[in-house]
Design a protein around this ligand. Structure first.
Ligand code: NI
Length: 140
């Protein structure tokens, strides 16, 4: 068999198919407008990658069993922690360690990606009206 690395045929096929596993985060973010309601866009082993829009102040909460990653795509996000704030701009990320209380606050609208194990609830142990249902309608 003859190898044909980087063949133009492969490139053309990918273009024609239009869906080869590539996830465009901006396209996904354009599909919804609600805040504090994370949408699953991919799974990675036992983890989910979610996009979310944030505006205003969330609720203080913690996740007793897991760390939680925030990666800012657009806007400026402050993650309030009991011992100080973390400020994030586009392209910056922060991992909130398990069990650590945090409260995100976005003065304008922020778009972000979250990476956390399947089944994590956005409000952790705090509950309340901002608790979002699991939403994987943007998968695929
Ligand atoms: Ni959290």
């Amino acid at each position: 068999m003859t190898a044909s690395p980087a063949s133009s045929d492969n490139v053309q096929m990918r273009t024609d198919q239009g869906n080869d596993g590539v996830v465009n985060l901006r396209d996904k973010l354009a599909l919804f407008s609600e805040h504090w309601s994370p949408k699953v866009v991919a799974r990675l082993n036992d983890y989910e990658l979610k996009v979310v829009k944030l505006q205003g102040e969330f609720v203080w909460h913690s996740h007793e069993d897991t760390d939680e990653l925030f990666l800012v795509i657009d806007g400026r996000l402050t993650i309030q922690l009991r011992d100080g704030d973390v400020a994030l701009g586009p392209g910056e990320m922060y991992v909130v360690p398990r069990g650590v209380e945090h409260c995100p606050i976005a003065e304008g609208e922020v778009s972000a990606m979250l990476i956390e194990p399947i089944g994590v609830v956005n409000t952790g142990g705090a509950g309340g009206e901002l608790t979002a249902a699991h939403d994987d309608r943007l998968m695929g």
